[in-house]
Every structure is written in structure tokens, then in C-alpha cells.
Design a protein around this ligand. Structure first.
Ligand code: ADP
Ligand code: MG
Length: 233
């Protein structure tokens, strides 16, 4: 037990340091972004150089965001949330992008379920997974999202299926690793962060993929009774 406590302490110190460093980096980045904007306005032209600088800053910012997400696992704000509400919120965020990329979204929520969660962290998971799915469908396709309750109604499984490129067998074991990416502008952190968040919610994630056909991600969470029902028990 003592060893575990020590590990937990170390993790939380490392987390706080990571958060501190991330904030320290973000401030100068914001000012650099502002000055690039000014240069563009003064020269009255969007050069490819400034465009690259801006897109690289966005990339660094993305990495910092994912680190910040990792850095504060102990500040989870858990409450009972509707999985349908969370998914609907996130699907709305992706509608325009999907339309632009010729991706149709099919959402099927048979029966709503409540899970004990930090809704912002859970939203981050779905953002990461939807992004991966959409990015795998460079020529458009179909993103299908489905929720299903177990027969005892004590767990809910969310499946996210895309008709994208799929993951080749030989790299399937590597895609969870930090910084593993097959994308030019990928961070390679999305799946690892998602896995950590899901584990912190006592859930699990499973990936089935076939190269050239697509990928199905299944996430299972334990369900809870919704807040009002708990009060009346
Ligand atoms: P990133 O998206 O920044 O590359 P991730 O951790 O989100 O990092 O994903 C790691 C890698 O896993 C991706 O680069 C890609 O090769 C693979 N991958 C993840 N999801 C999918 C998917 N739905 N379809 C095809 N490949 C995927
Ligand atoms: Mg990703």
C-alpha cells in the first residue's frame, strides 16, 4: 500500500509539473500567434510561411491540450450524465466538418443510459475517436455511432464505426502508444489519452479493424441510475 501511495504521489507531482509547463508554453505561443497575425496584416498577404507557422502553433497547442488532459486526472468532477446527451453534443460539433468531408453521420441511441463521469473528459474521448474516424475517411464515408445496454442494463456499450482506411494488422498493437502516429500532422496522443480517461471511468475500449474496410471502436462503461432515481431510493 505504501508503495502505491508513493506512486500516486509521484504521478500527481508529475501531473502538476506537466500542467505548469504546458501553461508556461501556451502564453508565449499565444503572443507569437498574435504577431504572425500582425505580420500578415501589415504585408497584406497570407504567405505560405506564415500559414505553416500558424498550423504548427495549432499543432503544439493540440499537444499541450492533450497533456493538460492527462495532467489533471485527480481533479475529475464526477456526476451522473446521460450518454445520449454527451454524444448528441459532440455529434453537433462535428456536423459541419463531416458535411465538408462527405461523411454521413448515423446516430442510433436505442435506450439512454446514465454513467458516472466527468462529462468534459468523456467528451474529449469522443472528440478524439470521431476525429480519428473522420480522418481515416479521406474520400468520405459513413460514421455510425450506436449505444446498446446490456441485458442486465448494468453496462452500456458505445460503438463507433467508420468506413475508412482501417488499421493494418502489423501496427494495430502500436497505435495506443504515445506519439505513435501515421499522420503528417498527428500528435499520436489521442488514443492514449482516451484510454487513460476511459480507464479512470472503469470502462474499457476495444478496437476491431480491417485494412481497407474500416474500424469499429467499442467502449463499455458501467451504468448508474440517474440522479433523481437515486434520491428517491
Ligand atoms: P493521431 O490521430 O494524432 O495520429 P491517435 O493516438 O489518435 O493519434 O491515433 C494513432 C494512430 O492510430 C493514427 O495515426 C492512425 O494510424 C491509427 N488510427 C486510430 N484510429 C483510427 C481509425 N478510426 N481508422 C484508421 N486508423 C486509425
Ligand atoms: Mg487522433
Amino acid at each position: 500500500l505504501n508503495n502505491r501511495l508513493l506512486d500516486a504521489d509521484k504521478l500527481s507531482i508529475a501531473g502538476e509539473m506537466a500542467a505548469g509547463v504546458a501553461h508556461e508554453i501556451r502564453n508565449p505561443l499565444t503572443s507569437i500567434r498574435g504577431f504572425i497575425q500582425l505580420i500578415e496584416e501589415e504585408q497584406n498577404a497570407n504567405s505560405t510561411y506564415t500559414a505553416i507557422m500558424k498550423s504548427e502553433i495549432t499543432r503544439i497547442d493540440g499537444i499541450l491540450n492533450e497533456f493538460l488532459m492527462l495532467a489533471k486526472p485527480h481533479t475529475h468532477q464526477f456526476s451522473s450524465c446521460s450518454i445520449n446527451q454527451i454524444l448528441s453534443d459532440i455529434i453537433l460539433l462535428f456536423e459541419t466538418e463531416c458535411h465538408l468531408r462527405s461523411v454521413t453521420i448515423d446516430y442510433e441511441c436505442n435506450e439512454d443510459a446514465y454513467i458516472q463521469c466527468d462529462s468534459n473528459q468523456l467528451k474529449q474521448v469522443f472528440i478524439n475517436l470521431f476525429k480519428n474516424a473522420i480522418e481515416s475517411m479521406s474520400d468520405g464515408g459513413r460514421l455510425a455511432i450506436q449505444t446498446k445496454l446490456s441485458s442486465e442494463k448494468d453496462t452500456v456499450t458505445i460503438t463507433i464505426t467508420d468506413t475508412g482506411s482501417g488499421v493494418p494488422k502489423e501496427i494495430l498493437a502500436h497505435i495506443h502508444k504515445p506519439f505513435f502516429t501515421t499522420k503528417t500532422h498527428g500528435t499520436g496522443l489521442g488514443l492514449m489519452v482516451s484510454n487513460k480517461i476511459i480507464a479512470a471511468h472503469e470502462g474499457n475500449l476495444d478496437i476491431q479493424s480491417q485494412q481497407g474496410k474500416g474500424t469499429t471502436i467499442s467502449i463499455m462503461f458501467p451504468t448508474v441510475k440517474k440522479a433523481e432515481e437515486l434520491i428517491h431510493l
